[in-house]
Design a protein around this ligand. Structure first.
Ligand SMILES: Nc1ncnc2c1ncn2[C@@H]1O[C@H](COP(=O)(O)OP(=O)(O)OP(=O)(O)O)[C@@H](O)[C@H]1O
Length: 320
């Protein structure tokens, strides 16, 4: 029997949207387990993250929390053990060897912390930036113009003739950003790009990342311990124990004085789980069991009130 348009429309509207359908980067319950010498390390333990096109996101977290692992997976240098990772139309859990090369060459650009490792030491800045264009088959006559644009974007229009050894660490990182942007990637990944730099130089590198986002329209994900960086982006995602645990959003102060308001949010996963910070748990002695209550405009979490959340287990032990 033929169905009416109303029925068909109703079905389409009712179809649940895929998690992160509108996002450029989707990490859905991503797990990465490393096994070495009989020991298993869960670097990512069900990480969810969405990044929308055009955003600049800082990723922060204690050493060993999984930040670099996340970036390596997003750059297709590593693959998830489980979960789904999508960037644009690319499913990073199922890339063929050929797709991996194409993805790395055209969709992502990467900048590493070690300034010296980002550039070829015996090539000038101009030649370094031209290299990915040559590899991508960009004709020589178009290369020079593009190299000039990119060096200009990172504020180094006059430094094109210098080799890395003749540039400061910050200048090297800015050239590295120009190299990473050469093929017009949608996503720029930077792992501690200011880690080896002083504050003023770090700011110049941050300005180059900002130019990549604002002027070149690139989505930027930057792993950082540097408050110069995390304090300026609109969104900072904190990773704890291989999961996203909280986010800070910054927006211009409504007062219009040029100030910025920062607000911290806990992250709720798709199953509704929220991590309560340890200091909150300790302050109120929240242990295994808590009371949840739906209030008019919030949900409250309180100690279970028995004075001993472990009591039932102990009683069972006692009875045995
Ligand atoms: N190739 C590997 N083999 C075994 N374990 C690994 C490997 N890579 C990472 N790990 C482990 O995974 C966990 C997460 O590491 P990762 O480098 O992602 O952390 P991070 O947050 O980037 O730390 P840092 O800030 O120190 O760079 C750590 O316990 C680390 O020892």
């Amino acid at each position: 029997m033929q169905r009416s348009i109303v029925e068909e429309l109703g079905e389409r509207l009712a179809a649940p949207e895929e998690f992160g359908e509108q996002a450029l980067v989707v990490c859905d319950a991503v797990v990465r387990i490393f096994r070495s010498g009989g020991v298993e390390v869960q670097a990512l333990q069900g990480l969810d993250l969405l990044v929308h096109a055009g955003e600049m996101v800082a990723v922060v977290g204690a050493s060993g929390s999984g930040k670099s692992t996340l970036l390596r997976i997003l750059s297709a240098a590593d693959a998830p053990s489980a979960g789904r990772v999508r960037v644009g139309r690319w499913d990073l859990g199922a890339l063929s060897a050929r797709d991996r090369v194409a993805y790395r060459r055209t969709v992502v650009g990467t900048v590493r912390q070690q300034t010296a490792r980002n550039l070829v030491p015996y090539l000038t800045a101009r030649q370094n930036v031209a290299l990915p264009l040559t590899l991508a088959g960009v004709p020589r006559r178009r290369r020079a113009g593009r190299v000039g644009e990119l060096l200009d974007l990172v504020g180094l229009a006059d430094a094109g003739g210098r080799r890395p050894g003749e540039l400061s660490g910050g200048e090297q990182q800015r050239v590295a950003i120009a190299v990473a942007l050469a093929n017009g990637p949608r996503l720029l990944l930077a792992d501690e790009p200011t880690g080896e730099l002083d504050t003023a130089t770090g700011q110049q590198v941050f300005d180059a990342l900002r130019a990549a986002q604002r002027d070149a329209g690139t989505t930027v994900v930057v792993v950082t311990h540097d408050p110069t960086v995390s304090g300026q982006v609109e969104r900072t995602v904190a990773i704890r124990d291989g999961r996203t645990s909280s986010e800070v959003l910054r927006r211009a102060d409504a007062g219009g004085e040029g100030g910025v308001v920062a607000e911290e949010y806990a992250v709720m996963d798709r199953a509704g789980r929220v991590q309560v910070p340890r200091e909150y748990r300790e302050a109120l002695d929240l242990t295994r069991r808590v009371r949840l209550a739906l209030e008019a405009d919030h949900v409250s979490v309180r100690p279970d009130g028995s004075g001993d959340a472990q009591a039932p287990r102990r009683r069972r032990h006692g009875a045995a």
